[in-house]
Design a protein around this ligand. Structure first.
Ligand code: HEC
Ligand SMILES: [Cu+2]
Length: 322
């Protein structure tokens, strides 16, 4: 019993570095500890075997005039020792390997989640705020980062050496990995699955940024996204203001005339005038619909009080509906 307890205590000590002692789980540290344990054990065994080999070769070599030595048959004690010791070592390493593997697979709950898609030949990154980058991965220091990985075409693999993570990117399937950026800096991610002529160019920059820098980058990126082009903004307005409740953009008549192809078309008004739908006409049709009523329609469109900028954006969008 006492022996068993000693054994249990020693086993625990071996596993401690990666499992129990870690205040903050970081697979990189656990991996390093694991590797160190391997290195120490392997070196110790190598030194022991080599030293004994040299010593015995010299000490017990056959000298001139000596006959054959005594023939020795087995030694139960030695047999048990050299079976049990390697067995214990293998079990310990096995247990620790399993513990490290668990860390790699168990993503912390507060992880920042990114989507990465490999393609021939590059990496598309999508962030939670809808930010998109290509061949550029930005992550906040101190927050665990989970990457959902997939591929658009063929097999790729995503590898960041410094974070000791590597995962397969498989078309039609989503795999994942996570890591903890601990220090601000620039790293590089590689494709490690031979995927064609551009394989060696499939690199991505990994920017580990201090939290404040990262937030500033997100804010700046969002601002840029908010500055939509007039056409995009116009589309948003038309979709958002309910214009499509009375108008189509596909050519069919609805409660109101279709908005498809309206710009530059000639419109017959209810009082018989015929005019060309230019910017001014369209903007007036929205802000003062009662002024010019299209022939064959009832004057039911409500006036919209919009800024000049918004009116312009809608007009720009309507111009694209050809
Ligand atoms: C309640 C229904 C209704 C809504 C909502 C509505 N419209 Fe109209 N719209 C009409 C009708 C009916 C006409 C035709 C009679 C007229 O000229 O006022 C018209 C006419 C127009 C015309 C002139 C069409 C032509 O062929 O000359 C434009 C441009 C237009 N609407 C744009 C818009 C936009 C942009 C919105 C949203 C911001 C909008 N409408 C919302 C009913 C509506
Ligand atoms: Cu690749």
């Amino acid at each position: 019993m006492k022996r068993f307890l000693t054994f249990a205590a020693v086993s625990l000590l071996f596993c401690l570095p990666s499992v129990a002692l870690a205040e903050e789980v970081d697979p990189v540290k656990s991996w390093d500890n694991h590797f160190r344990l391997y290195a120490i054990l392997v070196t110790a065994i190598w030194v022991l075997v080599t030293v004994l080999l040299i010593y015995f070769s010299l000490r017990y070599r056959r000298k001139k005039g000596q006959g054959d030595g005594a023939s020795i048959h087995g030694n139960i004690f030695l047999e048990i020792v050299w079976t049990l010791v390697p067995f214990i070592i293998v079990v310990l390493l096995g247990v620790q390997t399993w513990a490290v593997f668990q860390e790699y697979r168990k993503v912390p709950k507060n992880a920042y989640e990114l989507n990465v898609q490999g393609f021939m030949w590059g990496w598309n990154v999508t962030y939670p705020d809808g930010i998109k980058t290509t061949n550029e991965l930005r992550v906040p220091v101190g927050t665990p980062v989970k990457v959902n990985l997939t591929s658009k075409d063929v097999l790729h693999a995503f590898y960041i050496p410094e974070y000791k993570v590597q995962e397969e990117a498989i078309p039609g399937r989503t795999t994942y990995f996570w890591f903890l950026p601990t220090k601000a800096g620039e790293y590089r991610a590689y494709c490690t699955e031979f995927c064609g002529a551009g394989h060696s160019l499939m690199l991505a920059e990994v920017h580990a940024m201090d939290k404040a820098d990262f937030q500033a980058w997100v804010a700046k990126y969002k601002e840029a996204a908010a500055a939509l082009s007039p056409v995009e903004k116009g589309k948003k307005l038309v979709d958002g203001l309910g214009c499509l409740g009375c108008h189509t953009i596909t050519g069919e008549k609805s409660t109101g005339p279709t908005l498809k192809g309206i710009f530059g078309s000639s419109v017959v008004l209810s009082d018989g005038r015929k005019i060309i739908a230019n910017e001014e006409y369209i903007e007036h049709s929205i802000s003062e619909p009662k002024r010019d009523i299209v022939k064959g329609y009832s004057p039911i469109m409500p006036p919209y009080k919009l800024s000049d900028e918004d009116l312009h954006a809608i007009t720009e969008y309507l111009k694209t509906l050809k």
